[in-house]
Ligand binder design. Sequence first.
Ligand SMILES: C[S@@+](CC[C@H](N)C(=O)[O-])C[C@H]1O[C@@H](n2cnc3c(N)ncnc32)[C@H](O)[C@@H]1O
Length: 382
Amino acid sequence: MHLLSKLRLHHELNAIAVDPQCPDYDDDGYESSGSCGSSVASLKSTVHEYIIENGRRYHAYFGVDKSITPTDEIEQDRLDIHHEIMLLLLEGELHQAPLENPRKILDVGTGTGIWAIDMADKYPGSKVLGVDLSPIQPNWVPPNCRFTVDDVEAEWSWRSNTFDFVHIRNLVHDIHDWSKLLSELYRCTRPGGWVEIAEMGGELLSDDGTLADNHPTKRCWDLLTAALRATGREPATGTLLNNILSAAGFEEIEVVAVKQPIGLWPHDKRLKTIGKMGMLNIQLGTEAYCMAALTRILKLSVEAAREICRDGVAAVCDPGVHMYNFFYIAYARKPKRKDDDHDEATDSVDADYDSDDEAWEDETAFGQGLEVHHTPLSARPA
Ligand SMILES: C[S@@+](CC[C@H](N)C(=O)[O-])C[C@H]1O[C@@H](n2cnc3c(N)ncnc32)[C@H](O)[C@@H]1O
């Protein structure tokens, strides 16, 4: 039995104080004014590797069912907004694992690559590789950051014991088999290296009963969870993250749970900003997360799914509802080898590790997926 071994509770686990002066969300002073009920605009694309469904562009190259969320510009903007929310939530930290000069970093399901780029800037002595199903990363990146296109649910082509740090964020909706993914991740992590999985909890909550069970925004979240469960995918909890890490063989597991408020209701200024961005996240993300789940999996009509999403977005603009969700961050370590300080076994790991430096220089060898050629910043014209 895997129990949540060490649940390190973040200070925000206390109830978030409500701002008694919280204005009505229709007041003109807020940028969100007027946009609460609007649905997301449709995009047109002629890119044949994608499909357009209900006005959104979805990944198709590795299979339409690989991901339920679109890859279009609206979703890319939302991913970048969520990255900012995470930075605010974690007070500027890009990771919780106690890293010491990581040399090789992998970002699994990198999306727009914004975390990988920030990590490359934070650790200029490292090499950061981001992998995703879709080439939606920018062209101008730090010289120590690269991207590759691949399906991480397939067997990994990277050598064993390669990465000092492997990072996963917001992938829970797309992963069908965590044990297969984690076993490849474990194999490719260096002994003594770290892994971190950061996932949004699937439950919308309130501490003071202001979020009714039949609240339309909560309904969207609950239907999304039902759709994922129907395809064997469980929503993220601290226990789930702890268990998959433990089952893969990782040690020193820590789980941090952080409350992510949604709405302008928190009294604290930082949390109010997070809540405001959380509203925007819901406005941009509800159709992104729910349309494919509700129509493809739960077989609702497009009209019914749209109405559920529209109601969910509109209802998020009620300042009397003090809703939040948890964000879970779990990090853990691959056990060091016995006598790891210096022996033959370690030397052979180091030899493999160093020979990968040459592979890094040869872009096509480092990962054997489709390579997306990004131009390092150092090659920019002056
Ligand atoms: C919700 S986004 C999160 C992006 C990024 N991790 C972040 O936090 O900003 C999920 C990303 O995972 C990618 N993804 C989903 N399944 C994948 C797979 N099997 N292999 C590689 N990438 C995958 C999607 O294409 C999408 O870009």
